[in-house]
Structure formats: C-alpha cells, structure tokens
Ligand binder design. Structure first.
Ligand code: SF4
Length: 409
C-alpha cells in the first residue's frame, strides 16, 4: 500500500516537471512512512535525524504516510527541520506549496506512463472497517473508502497502454471492496479488469477470511489472467486467540476456505501472516497455530512477534504477558517449520514447465519473475529475455524461496 502511495505521489511530481535525483542533488525529500510495527516507526525517526545534516533553508523535507495520523503535530515539535506534514492522499496543498517555492516550469514534464513498470499497483480501497485488536491501520488510515470501478478501470487501461503486463489491486481488506455506484464487489471488479486487452496477469491483496466470497475463488479458477495466488492472513491457529484478536472467524472457517480454494485450484499458492506471542497465547494455543501450519502447508508464511502498538485495543486493554524470550522461541520454532515446509512444497515444481512473467534481472544479470502461483523464478540462461516477457520455464532446481530453470523448448 505504501509503495502504491509513493508511486502515486511520484507520478504527480514527475508530471509537474520534477525529476528523481540522488539525495545529495535533490531539493525535496519526501518520507512516506509506515507504523504497522515499532521497528518501521523507529526507522522513520532515525531517517529524520539523518536528514538534519542534509537540510538547508533552500531544501524541503516532507513527511507523509501513516505516521501523520498517529503522531500529527507532535512531529513538527520534535523535528523542527520538517517543512511539511502531509496526510495520506491529500497532496494538493503540498504540491501547490512546492510549486510556489520552486520554479520547475522549465522542466520537461514526464508523462506518468514513463514510470509504468511490468506491474502496476492500484489502490481500490483505502482504510479498513475491521477492528482487529492488535492493528493500528484503522486508526491511521481511517474507515474504508472504495474507488469506483470506472476509475480503477481507467487507471488500469492507462497502465496497460503504457506497457504494464500485470495489475495488482490493493486494499487493506480487498475482499470488502464494492463499487460505490452498485456495480458489484471484488469478483465483479476482477472480471472487468481481467478483460482489459493486453493485460496478462491480475493479482489482488490482501484478503480477509471473514469477507472472502466463494464467487471470487470461482472467478479466479475460471480465469487465465487472474493469478492462482491468495494472500489470506490467518494470524493464529487458536480460536480463543482469534477471538481476542477480534478477527471475526474461527479456524474451521479458515480451513473451509482453503479446502474450497484447493478443490477449485489444486496448485494455488497460499500465503499467510501469523503473529506469535499475542496476549494470552498459552503454550497450547501456540501449538494449535503450529498444527494449523503443519496441516495447511502454506507456500509462504510471514511471521511476526507480537509487539503492542500504542493506541490499539490490545495495547491498552490486554497485558503483554508472553515474555520476549518465549515469543522469540515460538518465532524461531515456526520459522524452522515453515522453511522446511516451503522447501518441500517448492520441490513439487521441479521437472514441470511454468509460466513466468519477467520482472527484471537479479544481481547476476539473470532474468527473474514470478509464476502464476506467486513463487519467484530465475532463468539460469536467459539471453534476449526482457522485463515484460512471458516465458515458459522448465524448472530444474527449487529452494524454499525460488525456482530456477531454463526456457522450455
Ligand atoms: Fe488491520 Fe487487516 Fe484487521 Fe483491518 S483487517 S484491522 S488492516 S489486520
């Protein structure tokens, strides 16, 4: 979401004649911030301290993103070197202020299409109407606002015309999407976007087990464009903890979704998020999570240790009662488990031909991209293969994180 917000602001600046520069040569530095975890928030403060030495009266430092809603005016007091604090999406006044300060009228406006890469990220929902007790997002991004289907389509068409081969629809809870004009929900949006001529792939994230509808899975299964990949955070495999998290589903609901998805798409790539050490997580509750991971065998698991975010229900009303050393033990235990599962699961691709959308080259100059199920794939000898190409790859090797192979004949 933050990358998409940065991109949207960058496009507007480029269209107005600004250019991307190294920090040493730049007049304006804009920090887009994330506060979902304490570590990301701390990085913002350390970057602001770093920028003190860079700041001169002629230079502008601006801050946007989630930290603005959380810390507000306090930031200006703590960091007097800050020139602008810009709420997410409210860029007009900031851009007008910049235009008054710097004259870039001689600059050559770059069409926004000049930025379009292989994948284009489109925000379809801003904010979230859930209230998971550990999460700061509803507070910093507000309640849901849905972008009309017509606007999403216009942006996607423009991106494809400018060279994008893949579109990624984004929302904190993308399954809750509905067109404000009544044209339908996420499945309807997906069907309209996938019909855009020239579009090779469509992805969406992040899903929510309470809101994901069977119609969406059926739309995915029937499509040659929509990726066979689901980002479906479970957070815990214990019903008591899920209740304390206010997630709105139980593990049996989650299992039923996975079962349905795999019945329709046996090879679907499944990714999830898990928090260990949530308040009240007993050893038995933790073992329930462990069992769920063993049973479902996700392709990717993003693991996090619980850390209270000030302002959330869990931080104010629940005791952070799992000791750090125990959280770390649980985290390491699950890390080893998911690595072992991912290695075993990825091995199923060896010897098979997979479709890869090439996104770029790695540090060894080898083209890489992703298969439709979301796994990263590297072409070991890929002369003449360029970003945006869609190739068939014969998989020769697999690690937990990626596939490697040669173009299939
Ligand atoms: Fe946060 Fe996601 Fe829950 Fe919304 S659904 S409150 S974004 S964790």
């Amino acid at each position: 979401m933050n990358a998409a917000d940065s991109e949207s602001l960058a496009r507007r600046l480029l269209a107005a004649g600004y250019q991307e520069e190294s920090l040493e040569r730049a007049d304006v530095a804009i920090l887009n911030t994330c506060v979902v975890r304490q570590a990301s928030e701390d990085r913002v403060y350390s970057k602001l301290h770093e920028l003190k030495a860079w700041k001169t009266p002629e230079r502008t430092i601006a801050l946007t993103g989630c930290i603005v809603a959380q810390e507000g005016d306090d930031l200006r007091r703590r960091f007097p070197q800050l020139d602008a604090v810009v709420p997410i999406g409210e860029y007009e006044g900031f851009l007008a202020g910049l235009a008054a300060r710097y004259d870039y009228s001689e600059g050559e406006a770059l069409p926004s299409a000049g930025r379009t890469g292989v994948s284009h990220y489109v925000r379809v929902i801003q904010g979230c109407d859930h209230n998971c007790t550990f999460c700061i997002v509803p507070r910093v991004r507000g309640r849901e606002r849905h972008v009309p289907i017509a606007e999403v389509l216009e942006e996607c068409r423009g991106a494809v015309e400018a060279g994008a081969r893949e579109v990624v629809l984004l929302g904190q809870n993308v399954d809750d999407y509905h067109d404000p004009g009544g044209r339908g929900g996420l499945a309807a949006l997906v069907r309209e976007v996938e019909a855009i001529p020239g579009l090779r792939r469509l992805r969406f994230m992040t899903s929510h087990p309470q809101d994901l509808e069977p119609e969406l899975l059926e739309t995915m299964a029937a499509s040659n464009v929509v990726c066979r990949e689901l980002q479906l955070p479970v957070q815990s495999g214990d019903d008591g903890i899920l209740k304390r998290m206010a997630r709105g589903y139980q593990t049996r609901h989650y299992r039923a979704i996975v079962e349905h998805a795999r019945a329709l798409m046996p090879d679907i790539g499944l990714a999830t998020d898990v928090i260990v050490g949530f308040p009240g997580e007993s050893e038995a509750a933790f073992l329930n999570t462990r069992r769920l991971l063993e049973e479902i065998e996700f392709d990717v698991v993003h693991l996090a240790m619980y850390s209270p975010r000030p302002g959330t229900f869990a931080a104010t009303r629940m005791a952070d009662d799992v000791p750090d050393v125990e959280k770390l033990r649980r985290l390491n235990d699950l890390l080893a488990l998911v690595r072992e599962i991912a290695t075993r699961k990825t091995a199923r691709w060896v010897g098979r031909d997979v479709e890869v959308l090439i996104e770029g080259s790695d540090e060894l100059g080898r083209p890489y991209g992703r298969i439709r199920q979301g796994k990263r794939a590297v072409v070991l000898r890929g002369a003449g293969i360029a970003p945006g190409d869609v190739i068939n790859l014969r998989v020769l090797k697999a690690t937990a994180g990626q596939l490697m192979g040669l173009p299939a004949a």
